[in-house]
Ligand binder design. Structure first.
Ligand code: UDP
Length: 311
């Protein structure tokens, strides 16, 4: 198979490149390095099955020859990143998705959209099933990401229904593991780097808000199974183990064996109070559920952060 991965130098994107290269597939990675990183793809550059094109996917995507599948992962994806790049986030979710779908249509390729639990906004239904339409503030600071992804889903369904493109939509919940950018501003990179450096660990609000963290290897397996399936309606992918932000901050401090204390900072606007995926559809349709528990996942993630955080 020849696979195109937009955002292939990002956190999840680079793990997908690795996974498909290991499967013996031919991978073309597109990235403009706004939030993706060269280090993430360096190990693949000598692989003859790997090709890198530096480009902004909001511009016409020209890939010669056949393409079997396109995985559209390009987008700033952490709250800090999409607040820093609001217009680029809106453009890659809308124009970038349009270009990637156009490529899928031209090549007769399968298309998988990286969507997000953010389409549910600050949810009023818990846990969140795919049938929930969400509770999003379009004009709040997170609206640039949430609405871009909601638009991307609508565009994907339109190409599916109108042009018959073979599409998949993954609603990805919080995912963590090696290759996360230390400075992406997300909870776990912040907590690990602060704990390793013995600095105060910054908990936003009172830390009672919840998230459910999925280890990257489980996520990659879920995405690969979704790509292989025939399911064009959205599918939630994530880990069901819900935990408060304060509790996971404490788990990280304990794991690292750090003297760091918690430092409570104001809660960002529209920060979802709860988040947990209902993964019954993924279980039924893909026979998938996460296997790596949080303790094991955090240990592997710590091993990575130890190598990249300067003490
Ligand atoms: N958070 C925190 N301290 C930090 C970074 C994040 O308490 O240094 C909180 C954030 O307010 C949110 C949760 O951790 O409630 C997860 O944030 P993240 O940026 O990882 O992603 P989100 O799930 O909000 O998209």
């Amino acid at each position: 198979m020849k696979i195109v991965i937009t955002g292939g130098a990002g956190f999840i994107g680079s793990h997908l490149c690795e996974y498909f290269l290991e499967q013996g597939q031919i991978v073309t990675c597109l990235d403009n390095f706004i939030t993706g990183r060269e280090e993430n793809i360096k190990p693949f550059l000598k692989n003859k099955n790997f090709k890198f094109i530096r480009q902004n996917v909001t511009e016409f995507i020209d890939i010669p020859g056949k393409v079997d599948a396109i995985l559209h992962f390009a987008s700033p994806a952490s709250p800090k990143d999409y607040l820093e790049y609001p217009i680029q986030t809106l453009k890659v979710g809308s124009l970038g998705t349009h270009k990637a779908l156009g490529l899928a249509k031209a090549k007769g390729a399968r298309f998988l959209l990286a969507s997000t639990s953010e389409v549910y906004g600050d949810p009023q239904i818990h846990p969140q099933p795919e049938s929930y339409w969400g509770h999003v503030n379009p004009v709040g600071p997170r609206g640039v990401y949430d609405e871009a992804k909601r638009f991307a889903e609508a565009m994907t369904m339109a190409y599916h229904r109108y042009h018959g493109v073979d599409t998949r939509i993954a609603r990805i919940f919080n995912t963590y593991g090696p290759q996360m950018r230390v400075s992406d501003g997300r909870a776990l990179p912040n907590f690990f780097s602060q704990a390793i450096q013995g600095k105060p660990v910054t908990v936003f609000g009172d830390g009672s808000q919840t998230r459910s963290f999925c280890y990257i290897d489980d996520m990659v397996e879920g995405l690969a199974k979704l790509l292989d399936s025939k399911e064009s309606d959205p599918v939630n992918l994530g880990n069901r183990e819900e935990i408060t932000v304060k509790a996971i901050a404490e788990e990280v401090i304990e794991l690292v064996g750090s003297q760091s204390e918690l430092k409570f900072l104001p809660l960002p606007q529209n920060d979802p109070k709860v988040r947990e995926p209902d993964i019954s559809r993924a279980k039924k349709l893909l026979g998938w559920q996460p296997k790596i528990d949080r303790h094991a996942g955090l240990k592997k993630t710590w091993a990575y952060f130890k190598t990249v955080v300067e003490k």
